[in-house]
Design a binder for this molecule. Structure first.
Ligand code: TXA
Ligand code: MG
Length: 314
């Protein structure tokens, strides 16, 4: 098992030695290494069993740092960074050579964001390089939103988990790119489309169904529990299946293994609870998990995207 704690100096020491440290962010926990060191980044791929064609996000602490790693920043990207950083928004921008190809899987853009978590911001300020950090879960499984989640699955393979409590947003960052200056959302996430469009106007959203070579990590089945997940009308599904766990949006279905994502119908609260709920039911003595889509606006779109992917059979 890994050591858990909030010792930033210890985390820095390990990272300086090109070791991996799990870090808290407001979205999900990340598995971090020095993004400018290929050997360190290779360890991330190995530890997660992540295919090398799936590029990583790099994390910085200030907008001023961008120019060290990025060739040029489109106006709309700048407006979004001004409004949402630090926060759950990742920008795809033209990278400089200091970012090794392994980070971007050979692409000429790098995914970059300033995370909004006090411990990780302090850590980032204490080091002289950006941190490459994908979500700290084995490839394909549900992303971790607590230090315990990280420890449960990767604890044997990493030295230290910086414990920053439960992630406030609970789903990964929204990823947006700017091909020919036209904004395209490649992954729905912690900043809603409505909020993004209120700053830069209409954006394209790459839907789950379309194959998406620009973001190879957007594989269809992802965020998946080991148990089968079925999504639909929960009352109907309860008629058909036994020994189930239920994840509902609001309603109480009076079954033994059930999690209501938000009793008050708050989509932000539902997003925060979603991955923990999937993990919890995945570890219960039940046969299948049944769930339902939530209202498809605000963070509801990202929640529905994750549910849809989690339900796709491997
Ligand atoms: O909230 C988050 O974004 C978390 C925290 C730790 O920051 N990180 C995260 O990383 O979710 P990861 O590796 O689990 O997901 C990153 C996604 C992948 O699907 C990858 O394909 C996409 O970002 N990505 C990275 N670089 C890209 C690029 N240059 N072009 C297109 N997609 C890219
Ligand atoms: Mg991930």
């Amino acid at each position: 098992m890994a050591e858990l704690g909030d010792d930033i100096k210890h985390a820095k020491r390990l990272l300086d030695q090109n070791k991996l440290v799990a870090i808290p962010t407001e979205t999900v926990y990340g598995l971090a290494a020095n993004a400018t060191n290929s050997a360190a980044v290779t360890q991330i791929f190995k530890t997660k069993k992540r295919p090398s064609f799936d590029p990583l996000i790099i994390h910085i602490h200030s907008f001023e740092q961008l120019s060290e790693y990025i060739i040029n920043i489109p106006e709309k990207a700048k407006l979004l960074a001004d409004r949402f950083w630090p926060g759950a928004l990742t920008l795809l921008l033209q990278k400089k050579d200091i970012i090794p190809d392994i980070v971007t899987s050979g692409l000429d853009t790098v995914a970059i964001r300033i995370p909004n978590h006090p411990l990780t911001l302090e850590l980032l300020k204490s080091i002289s390089y950006p941190l490459a950090a994908p979500s700290a879960n084995p490839f394909g499984y549900i992303s971790p939103t607590t230090a315990i989640h990280v420890n449960d699955q990767l604890g044997n393979n990493i030295d230290y988990i910086l414990d920053g409590g439960t992630c406030e947003v609970g789903i990964e960052s929204t990823i947006i790119g700017f091909d020919n200056d036209h904004p395209t959302v490649h992954r729905l996430g912690g900043v809603s489309i409505e909020k993004i469009e209120s700053i830069i106007g209409k954006v394209d959203v790459k839907a789950l169904s379309s194959s998406n070579p620009v973001a190879p990590g957007m594989l269809q089945n992802h965020y998946s529990p080991k148990k089968k997940l079925i999504i639909g009308d929960i009352d109907e599904l309860l008629q058909k299946h036994n020994n189930v766990g239920v994840i509902s949006f609001q309603k109480d279905y009076k079954v033994q293994h059930q999690i209501q994502l938000s009793k008050t119908g708050n989509l932000d609260e539902a997003a925060q609870c979603l991955f923990g709920a999937l993990r919890k039911l995945d570890n219960e003595n039940i046969s299948i998990i049944i769930s339902e889509y939530v209202p498809n606006h605000g963070l509801g779109r990202a929640i529905n995207d994750r549910l849809k992917r989690a339900a796709i059979e491997q």
